[in-house]
Design a protein around this ligand. Structure first.
Ligand SMILES: O=P(O)(O)OC[C@H](O)CO
Length: 197
């Protein structure tokens, strides 16, 4: 069952809804903005209606398979880690985009929402807002950059461990957290590479 659910979650994650919505709006996201096939780039390229649809669909493709898997009772304990990580990997290494993909932010929210009944997603969202204000304060009002955005996303996920520990989540959740940190580090490696230079 674990292999089946891992496959289902990977295929679900690999559905590039924001990219396809972009094509529907006659915009190739790979040639627009930062080139990311995600909802924010879609929003900027095609407007808020498309952007909101992209956010919802990219969220649901992580949320639904993991929720159904848990509800079905087929998978529990450490076995949840593999399908959960597979949903993220599907988005970032999509066979529909030549094994390339997006940053895996929206799909991460979806998976965390299914695993923790939205609690960790809310905590991550709060952390991102706090880091947004902290970043503005540090930059003294200067606009955000892809580098500062990337740092915010990764730092927020790293700090989520504090919440997960305090809330007493089991080891398998912390294991998925580690997988999520690694995926976000990889998908933001271009931005983070500029932090030192
Ligand atoms: O992580 P993605 O690929 O879903 O897209 C990133 C979002 O658009 C937020 O920047």
């Amino acid at each position: 069952m674990i292999i089946l659910w891992t496959l289902i979650a990977f295929i679900s994650g690999s559905l590039m809804f924001s990219y396809w919505l972009g094509l529907l709006a006659k915009r190739n996201l790979k040639e627009q903005g930062d080139g990311n096939p995600g909802a924010m780039n879609l929003w900027k390229a095609a407007g808020y209606r498309y952007g909101l649809a992209g956010i919802a669909l990219d969220f649901l493709k992580g949320y639904l398979p993991i929720l159904i898997m848990i509800r079905a009772g087929d998978i529990s304990g450490y076995a949840v880690v593999l399908p959960s990580a597979a949903a993220l990997l599907g988005h970032s290494f999509s066979p529909f985009l030549g094994w390339r993909g997006g940053k895996a932010i929206a799909v991460s929210f979806g998976v965390w929402s299914a695993l923790t009944s939205f609690a960790a997603s809310l905590a991550y969202a709060i952390l991102l807002v706090l880091l947004l204000f902290l970043g503005r304060w540090i930059r003294k009002g200067k606009p955000a950059t892809p580098v500062s955005d990337g740092m915010q996303v990764v730092a927020g996920m790293v700090l989520l461990a504090v919440y997960l520990q305090m809330a007493g989540y089991p080891a398998q959740i912390l294991m998925f957290w580690l997988a999520n940190v690694l995926v976000l580090l990889y998908t933001h490696s271009r931005e983070l590479a500029h932090v030192r230079g």
